[in-house]
Design a protein around this ligand. Structure first.
Ligand code: HEC
Length: 142
């Protein structure tokens, strides 16, 4: 069983999962997503119009160099009115909730300090970073 399978199982039970020193409170993460992200990304990360689909996709970013930082540095994440620990929790919850099948096998949850580091260098040109990442994802072996 992959480590994150257990993680998801614990989330499904509504308990807090501990891994690599990170805790996920699924209820809190879900509410933070609803308040801060859902207005654009829609309830399950489906996306619409210019808002990219995250459902069954966003986990792929963690398989290519730079993708881990990108998910934090993208303006919707970096500028959210959430502290580093809450943003880390939200991202971990979101990745497991909507894109678990795309996560790398060795997925390590984000930590608050890690998120803080990435946030300290926000992106000036999102697409200049995003498009090469999307191309690298497209080239990943199945
Ligand atoms: C005002 C609309 C808006 C809000 C609110 C928003 N986002 Fe986004 N998000 C976008 C857009 C547009 C993109 C595409 C990249 C870009 O242009 O910023 C994006 C891209 C992303 C990506 C990268 C996925 C990809 O394929 O590029 C992640 C991860 C992300 N958002 C997470 C979040 C999280 C987490 C929140 C809430 C804390 C959030 N976003 C809030 C509009 C939004």
């Amino acid at each position: 069983m992959r480590p994150w399978t257990l993680f998801i199982f614990m989330l499904a039970l509504g308990t807090s999962a501990a891994g690599a020193g990170t805790e996920i409170n699924a209820d809190r993460a879900r509410i933070n997503y609803m308040l801060n992200c859902q207005g654009c990304h829609l309830p399950a990360g489906e996306g619409v119009g210019d808002i990219p689909q995250m459902k069954n996709f966003v986990g792929n970013f963690l398989k290519v160099p730079g993708g881990r930082a990108f998910l934090v540095q993208v303006p919707g994440s970096a500028n959210a009115a959430l502290d580093d620990a809450a943003l880390a929790e939200l991202l971990n919850w979101m990745l497991l909730e909507i894109s678990a099948d795309q996560l790398p096998q060795d997925f390590q949850p984000y930590t608050g300090p890690e998120v803080g580091q990435y946030r300290a260098s926000p992106l000036s040109d999102v697409n200049a970073v995003r498009l090469p990442l999307i191309q690298k994802i497209a080239q990943l072996p199945e």
